[in-house]
Design a protein around this ligand. Structure first.
Ligand SMILES: NC(=O)c1ccc[n+]([C@@H]2O[C@H](COP(=O)([O-])OP(=O)(O)OC[C@H]3O[C@@H](n4cnc5c(N)ncnc54)[C@H](OP(=O)(O)O)[C@@H]3O)[C@@H](O)[C@H]2O)c1
Length: 283
């Protein structure tokens, strides 16, 4: 199959390039392809003539979105609209990557795909939800995959940030222990996207995070344990660590659609992290 990847040079895109070897991949990333240029993307897509698009391109700097609101909407909402409209007009299946941040995070259980999204408290979450809605409206043949707490080869990610901070100069690291989510590897996401590609009949929204849950504090402890790094970690609250974009307290996603559609479950986050650490930071 011929698969075009927007944002293909990014963290997830690079893993997709490494994993989806059985497909012919076309990378649509800056500077050759700009998804905010509707006519330009239309031409790029027509020339490539893929069977499917995996849409990864986004403004992913969550805090920066708070101060660069127009740019965030232009890329995450209008850019996604351009991709959706071009795919629909050219009869190309669209698989778009979204985020747990489309939810407000107030629920006391994991969010599933039939929960109403759109209560995001961050500009990033609001722009990604706007992008989702535009995709639903303008490209019926779509799959939207929500992922979260992502790490992959080369980073940037929480895993890379923690290991950089643990350089022996800090007696202790304070890590937030009241936000709950699903740490997820790009490798696990790529494996599930391969299944989605193999099933052209699938449409709709799918949660695609690793199984099991953690706080950032627990995630950090496991990173240091696997890396064999001795670093004191102390739990702290979100209030002690104010950020421009207020992170949701509950980012946990239930994978109801994978289950209902008979797709294999995502791996447990401990296993996915162990596999990643072995490859990225061999001891
Ligand atoms: N990272 C996470 O923790 C996380 C969590 C949940 C969901 N997601 C979603 O997962 C997807 C992939 O994330 P990622 O971490 O791989 O992102 P990333 O590393 O930031 O990669 C995004 C790629 O898109 C490119 N891009 C930016 N503007 C573009 C444009 N106008 N046209 C074409 N390409 C453009 C970027 O190029 P430049 O680098 O030159 O800007 C970059 O190569 C995104 O949709 C993101 O919202 C990520």
């Amino acid at each position: 199959m011929k698969v075009l990847i927007t944002g293909g040079k990014g963290m997830l895109g690079r893993t997709l390039q490494a994993v989806l070897k059985e497909h012919e991949l076309i990378i649509a990333d800056l500077p050759d392809c700009d998804i905010t240029d509707g006519a330009g993307f239309h031409r790029f897509l027509a020339a490539a003539a893929p069977d499917a698009v995996i849409h990864c391109a986004a403004m992913t700097a969550v805090d920066k979105c708070e101060s660069e609101v127009d740019f965030a909407y232009k890329l995450n909402a209008v850019g996604s609209l351009n991709v959706a409209a071009a795919c629909h007009r050219q009869g190309v299946r669209l698989i778009a990557i979204s985020t747990d941040y489309v939810f407000g995070g107030e629920l006391d259980r994991p969010y599933h795909e039939f929960d109403v999204a759109g209560g995001a408290h961050t500009v990033y979450g609001q722009t990604k939800f706007a992008g989702e809605e535009l995709i639903r409206r303008h490209c019926p043949d779509h799959v939207i995959c929500r992922i979260s707490w992502l790490y992959g080869a080369g980073g940037p990610s929480f895993v890379h940030a923690m290991l950089k901070l643990a350089d022996g100069t800090r007696p202790e690291l304070k890590v937030v222990a009241d936000q709950h989510g699903n740490p997820t590897s790009t490798l696990a996401v790529a494996g599930q996207l391969r299944n989605i590609l193999a099933h052209p009949e699938l449409v709709g929204t799918f949660h695609m995070t690793c199984e099991g849950e953690a706080t950032w504090y627990e995630f950090a402890q496991e990173i240091f344990r696997l890396a064999g790094v001795k670093q004191e970690v102390r739990p702290c609250t979100t209030a002690e660590f104010p950020r421009p974009a207020p992170r949701p307290l509950n980012s946990r996603l239930e994978k109801r659609m994978l289950r209902l559609c008979g797709l294999p479950p995502m791996p447990d986050w401990h296993d996915a992290l162990a596999e990643f650490m072995k490859a990225e930071f061999p001891r």
